[in-house]
Write a protein that binds this ligand. Structure first.
Ligand SMILES: Cc1cc2nc3c(=O)[nH]c(=O)nc-3n(C[C@H](O)[C@H](O)[C@H](O)COP(=O)(O)OP(=O)(O)OC[C@H]3O[C@@H](n4cnc5c(N)ncnc54)[C@H](O)[C@@H]3O)c2cc1C
Length: 614
């Protein structure tokens, strides 16, 4: 795809306009561009960052782009009523590549049941079999060359056997592999996995094929030989053109037909237009500014209602996480990310990276997913209490259409052993946490994640000015069960630190070993308050434009077309109707791959349209 100037775009007509050159957006653009007949415009609000190596491409520099307006939208949530009225930073990638250019390169896939639940909610074809099939279109899996090192070949080999050898390795543009230095610098990390096994967790049987219960060494999206980030820009090269304003419509004839997009470009924020014969990619706030959404929201904005659609900006679901960090023994021999605070060490490791060694050639690799009942004997009690509350709410008519059905599936699945809790090991102090690390000390962190929150939030425009951020309200802990599960998970993390071999490398001093939460945080109430202070978005927000039947507050149908429109599609993680137990980037790519295929009849229409007009 060529790099273009605004003069080559404004006023021109395209077959497709994609709003947002992020993870799914560039994947879609890349696939569409395989048909040389089609003209495709990607409008990205951020900059191209094509020459930004190494800020984007060097992995393992977690958080370096945070709050930098060049890379991060750095939104904030509104004060969270059920979380001490606190506001939370809400980072999201800006620029070509979107969040795939700033994420932590953890590559995971959900369990089979999580995806099959999407189909149960009324989305034919959105099931595990298709999901797995499209996952292999997005990626190429490259196994680690085990002969490179490792003192215990048998157990190491077993640790790395995460891909079923009988399954194809895929042929997509995104490389996934184990980080290059895992056998050397990272070998000790395997101790955390061993500790998880010693806690009684199983080794995950097929973490990339639908069964990830237990612990495994997860893959990273990094290049197998260069060890640079592989991300959506690897599929394509294009130039961003500005922040998008509303979509505009030419004719209203039954369903609404979009005919183009207005967008701002340049420092003076000049307004331009480009038109599209068919097709667009979208966000909840752009739909609202374009007159598609909840009438009461649009009326407040002063935007004329063109398609009343109550699901827009609703059903927002979020994984949340926080890190517990523990001081390592003073004589701990291996490097951790903590040492990068020292400029001398930083320079040393940058030099090592150029040779494919050192901390920047490592990654986050220790993963564990487990049902609540694995970590607490109170699981059944907690779910039963939540079920009773839900039944009561249903009787009182408290839920919007479709939510009761989601909860029913969520509860059934929880009782069967859904992987509601996740743990992830990091060799260094976590980016969350109230207590700062001591200079010169090394830490090990265990991140605790909630996978299937019961709380549901909203994202709505506050102003008709597209430069104003939307009101992001995830309703953290509105359902108390989310908080209770989180508390249990933190207690379980503490139990893990008492088990070998992790225990053997942690400091012997009980007063200072636990940096966060810290020895003084003990009662459930104290843990709850600490969590409220230290939680973070996992940057996995889904649901604001849910793929659901229209009468269940759906926004898009299974071909990802927005209800009430002829040609507007949403192709990104906001269509996910129900959260799942995995990080979301792989799913963003898969949604683009499957979304395109689901829209095939629409694409044939484009082809016909073109042949009539040429
Ligand atoms: C800090 C961070 C760490 C993460 N770590 C991981 C991880 O390790 N593993 C994992 O699996 N997932 C991770 N994720 C989540 C994952 O990266 C995202 O879920 C996924 O990339 C989202 O893809 P998307 O296509 O839906 O959106 P994005 O990739 O965010 O793309 C949206 C694009 O739209 C652009 N845009 C927005 N508004 C406009 C507008 N008005 N006009 C034009 N363009 C616009 C944005 O600038 C952006 O480029 C992380 C995310 C973040 C932010």
């Amino acid at each position: 795809m060529p790099l273009v100037s605004v003069d080559e775009v404004a006023g021109y007509n395209f077959d497709f306009i994609l709003i947002g050159g992020g993870t799914a957006g560039l994947t879609l653009a890349s696939r569409l561009s395989e048909n040389a007949e089609w003209s495709i415009l990607v409008l990205e609000a951020g900059n191209a960052h094509l020459d930004d190596h190494p800020l984007i491409s060097r992995p393992s520099q977690y958080g370096l782009q945070f709050a930098n307006p060049e890379y991060d939208w750095a939104f904030k949530t509104v004060p969270q009523k059920f979380s001490n009225n606190l506001e939370y930073l809400w980072s999201r990638g800006k620029g070509l590549g979107g969040s795939s250019a700033m994420n932590f390169s953890v590559w995971t896939l959900p369990p089979k049941e999580d995806i099959d639940n999407w189909e149960k909610l009324g989305n034919p074809g959105w099931n595990w079999d298709n999901f797995e099939k499209y996952s292999r279109k997005a990626v190429t899996y490259v196994p680690l060359e085990l002969e490179k090192g490792g003192s215990e070949p048998v157990s190491v080999e077993a640790a790395f056997s995460v891909w079923d050898a009988s399954k194809a390795r895929g042929d997509g543009p995104i490389f996934i592999t184990h980080p290059r230095q895992i056998l050397d610098v990272d070998l000790k990390l395997y101790q955390a996995s061993e500790t998880f096994l010693n806690m009684g967790l199983p080794k995950s049987r097929a973490p990339y094929h639908g069964d990830c219960n237990g612990t495994y060494l997860n893959l990273n999206n990094v290049h197998p030989t260069l060890h640079s980030r592989t991300y959506s820009i690897d599929a394509i090269q294009i130039r961003p053109l500005g922040k998008t304003k509303p979509i505009y419509f030419d004719s209203v004839d039954g369903d609404l037909e979009a005919s183009g997009v207005e967008f701002y470009h340049g420092p003076e924020k000049k307004l331009y237009q480009a038109s599209a014969a068919e097709g667009s990619n979208c966000f909840s706030w752009i739909l609202e500014l374009s007159g598609i959404g909840r009438p009461e929201v649009l009326t407040k904005l002063g935007v004329k209602v063109k398609v009343p659609l109550d699901g827009v900006g609703e059903n927002v679901q979020e994984h949340i996480w926080t890190g517990c960090s523990f001081k390592l023994k003073d004589d701990y021999e291996h490097d951790t990310y903590d040492i990068l605070k020292d400029p001398v060490q930083l320079e040393k490791h940058m030099g090592l990276y150029s040779k494919g060694q050192g901390l920047f050639s490592t990654g986050i690799v220790t993963m564990a997913g487990m049902p609540l009942r694995t970590i607490t004997s109170d699981a059944e009690k907690l779910y039963a209490a939540e079920e009773a509350r839900i039944r009561q709410d249903i009787q009182e008519g408290k839920y919007p259409p479709g939510l009761a059905e989601q909860y029913e599936i969520q509860l059934q699945y929880a009782n069967k052993g859904a992987l509601d809790c996740e743990l992830l090991g990091v060799a260094g102090n976590s980016v969350t946490g109230r207590n700062p690390p001591l200079p010169g000390k090394k830490y090990y962190s265990i991140g605790a994640f909630l996978n299937h929150n019961f709380s549901r939030g909203t994202i709505h425009c506050l102003s008709s000015d597209p430069h104003e951020p939307p009101a992001i309200d995830p309703h953290y802990f509105e359902r108390d069960i989310d908080l209770q599960i989180f508390i249990k998970t933190i207690r379980y993390v503490r139990e893990i630190t008492k088990k070998a071999p992790l225990k053997d490398i942690l400091s012997d001093d009980p007063a200072s070993m636990e940096l966060n939460p810290g020895a003084e945080i003990q009662t459930d109430e104290q843990i709850a308050n600490w969590l409220k202070q230290c939680l973070s978005t996992t940057w996995h927000t889904t649901g604001s434009l849910s793929m659901l039947p229209k009468d269940k507050n759906g926004v898009v149908d299974p071909t990802l077309k927005v209800y009430g429109t002829k040609n507007i599609r949403v192709v990104d993680v906001s269509i996910i109707p129900l959260q799942f137990a995995a990080h979301t980037q792989a799913t963003a790519y898969i949604i683009a791959e499957q979304g395109l295929s689901s829209a095939l009849s629409f694409l044939s229409f484009i082809a016909a349209h073109r042949s009539l007009n040429h």
